[in-house]
Write a protein that binds this ligand. Structure first.
Ligand SMILES: [Zn+2]
Length: 279
């Protein structure tokens, strides 16, 4: 038996629309496994999983055969967090992005042409809004209006791309911070100078300025001073808001003093080495 070929419209309907609709609207009396079996039978598939596999395979083939556009991007313009996310999705090592051999990302556009919707781009199925603003800007600029609604394009990441082509964008392959802010860079604007970072420690205002470091340590161990979490202003040289030992608060937030972008502090480790050495 040969499988019928899906049209691109069918693929999109199956993947995004149909199952969601069936979940909420269609034949409530029928349990999910039965609904899935019914869909599989309708498309002459052995079972639902086989149908999904077939859809994915065809989608991949279509992507390879007829991309609506393709563009080259140098890895210097992708923040470290996005490289990790995308590598995980592609099931490859992050360092693969830093080889001359290209890593191909699929970009899909939905809703283009509808005046009341903005274009929604996904990269490898990830909404660009879930990726860093800096990379999103590169993606959107690169795609521009070249990708029609429902079509897939290719974003080809390779170090063979001259990185001067994208010189207006923030780059993430080096960072002059080497002390307090090592590796920290704003994933929105690429800024590296100053950040407000949630800190676990003792605020300088809570301590007599005359108190020595050993005095602070003693007072802390005797319970006279207690560490808590507060936002401290940092440059690479350090901070004046903290007395004694401190650390960035686990699960705390940071914000960029250049552009105001605020996220979990972990998202600000955006710089990657020029050629990834791993996490
Ligand atoms: Zn910023």
């Amino acid at each position: 038996m040969t499988n019928p070929n899906f049209t691109p419209a069918q693929l999109i309907a199956i993947r995004d629309g149909l199952f969601g609709t069936l979940d909420s609207d269609f034949n409530y009396g029928m349990g999910k496994p039965k609904r899935q079996a019914a869909i599989a039978k309708w498309q002459k598939a052995t079972n639902f999983d086989a149908l999904m596999q077939r859809a994915k395979k065809q989608e991949a083939q279509q992507t390879l055969n007829i991309p609506a556009m393709s563009a080259l991007v140098h890895p210097a313009f992708i923040p470290a967090g996005d490289i990790t996310t995308l590598a995980k999705t592609l099931n490859i090592e992050p360092k693969a992005f830093f080889a001359p051999a290209p890593v191909t990302l699929t970009v899909t556009c939905e809703n283009s042409g509808a005046p009341y919707y903005k274009n929604c781009y996904t990269v490898q199925g990830i909404d660009v809004e879930d990726l860093s603003p800096a990379f999103t800007e590169v993606v959107e600029h690169t795609i521009d209006d070249a990708l029609p609604d429902g079509k897939t394009g290719l974003l080809i990441i390779t170090t063979l791309t001259p990185d001067s082509v994208e010189h207006d964008f923030a780059r993430f392959d080096h960072n002059t911070n080497e002390n307090c802010l090592t590796g920290i860079q704003c994933p929105c604007c690429g800024g590296t100078d100053a950040f407000n970072i949630d800190t676990l420690g003792i605020h300088a205002d809570d301590v007599d300025p005359m108190m020595s470091q050993s005095g602070i340590m003693r007072a802390t161990s005797e319970g006279e001073l207690e560490s808590n979490v507060f936002s401290a202003h940092y440059t690479d040289d350090g901070t004046e808001d903290v007395a004694g030992d401190s650390e960035f608060a686990p699960d705390g937030e940071a914000s960029c003093c250049d552009c105001g972008y605020t996220r979990k502090t972990s998202a600000f480790y955006a710089t990657h080495p020029d050629g990834w050495t791993g996490e």
